[in-house]
Design a binder for this molecule. Structure first.
Ligand code: ZN
Length: 213
């Protein structure tokens, strides 16, 4: 199976790890379960399973060119750009694409995650404009954070908050922007490399442990 140019190992070919596979499938069925935390030693197919699941999900219909992957038939959750487009009496251009998997680097900053003020736009045009972050890119897709136990506490906290509310609200230097941020949150970690704070573990909807086969 090939996704975004890379070869994906099929989910059904993973040996054992029944609990992890069940957890991933439950999350695919109901993304409102607010994420899955997969704990296990190196080499227990944690990352492989996450990518394999993404490759199995059906294509979604999105507004072509929209930074937030708006659903063209869901008028209640359109971004401001799509709403402005509609207000001009134009039809939203539609296209189908695969569900996106957004890998969060451990070094990610809060601004890069939630979005920030587009400074170059502000300087050039004297107007404030929102620069979408990775939460916008992940809307209606998957966020994958490997080594979640080593990530910044504030980043994981923000991720879990947005995974629950399904809305990203950004307030920066007098700019206020809100957009839908509905994603399946998948975190993996090796407990030998350090624990995740219990208050964060508690907030993942599902937690599973993988074992070496
Ligand atoms: Zn949109």
């Amino acid at each position: 199976m090939v996704q975004e140019g890379r070869l994906v190992y099929p989910l059904s070919a993973i040996v054992g790890q029944k609990r992890m596979l069940t957890g991933l499938i439950l999350l695919a069925i109901n993304p409102k379960l607010s994420g899955i935390l997969i704990q296990g030693a190196k080499g227990t197919a944690k990352s492989t399973a996450v990518r394999a699941l993404a490759a199995l999900l059906p294509e979604i219909e999105v507004v072509r060119g929209c930074h937030y992957s708006c659903d063209p038939d869901n008028y209640g959750e359109l971004c401001q750009n799509c709403l402005e487009y509609l207000a001009k009496g134009q039809c939203l251009p539609k296209t189908f694409r695969r569900v996106r998997i957004v890998d969060l680097p451990l070094s990610i900053t809060e601004d890069r995650l939630v979005g920030s003020l587009d400074l170059s736009h502000a300087v050039m045009f004297g107007r404030r404009k929102f620069e979408p972050g990775l939460l916008a890119r992940a809307n209606r897709g998957i966020i994958y954070l490997d080594e979640v136990n080593l990530a910044d506490y504030q980043i994981v906290n923000t991720l879990l908050n947005v995974a629950t509310t399904r809305i990203n609200i950004v307030e920066r230097e007098g700019l206020s922007y809100t957009h839908a941020a509905q994603f399946i949150l998948m975190g993996t970690m090796n407990p030998e490399e350090g624990e995740l704070r219990p208050q964060l573990v508690d907030r993942f909807g599902l937690c599973v442990t993988t074992n070496g086969v």
